[in-house]
Design a binder for this molecule. Structure first.
Ligand code: AMP
Ligand code: GLY
Length: 415
């Protein structure tokens, strides 16, 4: 089989690594890929991002299956474009991708089908939004409706902060249109979990739960990042939480997918807040998480391509996903200075013995060498029977990776 994988992050390197393990796979084109996929078994990067060009490439290269990594192309309708040409593709159709593409759309869906979520109001007019703040309790959460590169959510601790956020999102238009409409939401206190799942529109099957570590500094301090590490399973996701999640989030979501008639053969990622009052849905993502994927695919014993094919064939109800026993810790190695300014272009060395434990995110090939090219440079994973063992393995593996100005958190998995 010839595959096309769309995306360029650490998530896509992990997806390519896992897909390449299927013996039916001869070749994986990664569009545009990164320095990790450039060096990965069976993989070749191609520098295409335009949807029509991707469709033409898939036709001319006789690609058997296209797998979409990030949300952007999904929200732009890449799946619909491929299907229109009779091409096989894994991911939700555009209508369903709006569950991530618009916070307002997803909140309406949640309310319509009884998915437990924070109370909210939506606003198109900044004057009305500011007026509404008068009677609010703080903190409260303000969210830009559209995609804002992970920066469109602000937790406001005072009325002044909320007003400033409204001005910046709606009037100054810092997200180029994505914040013209906002939602103001009740603040939920608790611990977060990423419950990433696969669906074929008939069933939703959750993977192992994961816990992202978003802040740059140990102890969960400092500014937010794209994610500095992951522990899976998430130690806070007890059986009781899973029962609650299943009843109040998963089941009503599936009902919604069916009743809306979505053609959804892809990943559905539930961003959950576990509170004293139970599990609440913060958001849907319509793709795998980054850096959760690097942990989850390392723990997955089942063949990833077979799992995707089971979804495309609507056979997920009879597919039993197998997992390696134990846990996986993923530590992100970043460039010093991230999420602020940082230098790029430093050579990355990776000892062969940890090759299967390293996934490149911000790295590219320059003059034949793998060099740093982003804030979050790569993930190093470690597996173990317990979280403690997985953590020890991950930190030991880091000794086999080096680049100048390397920074990483020392407490991933400490919770
Ligand atoms: P979202 O993109 O909606 O997941 O929001 C990004 C992050 O903001 C989440 O991962 C949470 O850490 C935080 N967040 C979002 N909504 C809420 C809420 N209602 N209460 C508390 N924190 C929130
Ligand atoms: N790690 C969170 C996300 O992928 O959205």
């Amino acid at each position: 089989m010839k595959l096309l994988l769309i995306g360029s992050g650490g998530r896509e390197h992990a997806m390519a690594w896992k897909l390449a393990q299927n013996h039916k796979v001869e070749k994986i084109f990664v569009a545009p890929g990164n320095g990790g996929t450039a060096l990965e078994n069976k993989c070749e990067n191609i520098n295409i991002s335009d949807i029509n060009e991707l469709v033409n490439f898939a036709k001319s290269e006789k690609i058997n299956l296209t797998v979409v990594g990030p949300e952007d192309p999904l929200i732009k309708g890449v799946v619909d474009a491929f299907k229109k040409e009779g091409l096989k593709v894994f991911g939700p159709e555009q209508r369903a991708a709006m569950l991530e593409g618009s916070k307002s759309y997803s909140k309406v869906f949640m309310e319509k089908y009884g998915v437990r979520t924070a109370k909210y109001e939506e606003f198109y007019d900044h004057i009305k939004a500011i007026e509404y703040l008068k009677d609010c309790e703080y903190p409260l959460v303000i969210k830009a409706d559209g995609l804002a590169a992970g920066k469109g959510v602000n937790i406001c601790f005072s009325k002044k902060e909320a007003e400033d956020t409204i001005y910046s999102f709606m009037v100054d238009d810092v997200f180029n249109g994505a914040g013209k409409k906002i939602i103001i939401e009740e603040f939920l206190e608790g611990v977060e979990a990423s419950i990433i799942s696969i669906t074929d529109s008939k069933v939703i099957i959750p993977f192992i739960s994961a816990k992202d570590h978003k802040q740059i500094l140990d102890g969960g301090k400092g500014p937010n990042t794209g994610g500095m590490g992951v522990i899976a399973p998430n130690p806070f996701v007890s059986d009781e939480v899973l029962v609650d999640f299943n009843e109040n989030i998963l089941k009503p979501t599936l009902k919604g997918i069916k009743e809306e008639g979505y053609d959804y053969k892809g990943i559905i990622f539930f961003g959950v807040m576990m509170t004293k009052k139970g599990a609440y849905l913060l958001e849907y993502n319509v793709r795998l998480g980054d850096p959760e994927t690097q942990s989850l695919l390392s723990l997955m014993e089942s063949d990833f391509l077979e799992l995707i094919e089971a979804s495309l064939d609507e056979q997920l109800d009879s597919y039993n996903i197998k997992w390696h026993e134990g846990a996986c810790c993923n530590v992100v190695l970043a460039s010093k200075g991230y999420p602020g300014n940082f230098e790029k272009g430093y050579e990355i060395t990776i000892d062969d013995k940890v090759k299967n434990n390293v996934f490149i995110a911000g790295g590219q090939i320059k003059d034949g060498k793998l060099v740093t090219a982003g804030g979050r440079v790569l993930s190093v994973v470690g597996l173990g029977k317990t979280i403690e063992e997985a953590k020890a393995a991950a930190y030991k593996n880091i000794d086999n990776v080096s680049f100048k100005d390397m920074y990483f958190r020392k407490d991933i998995g400490d919770c």
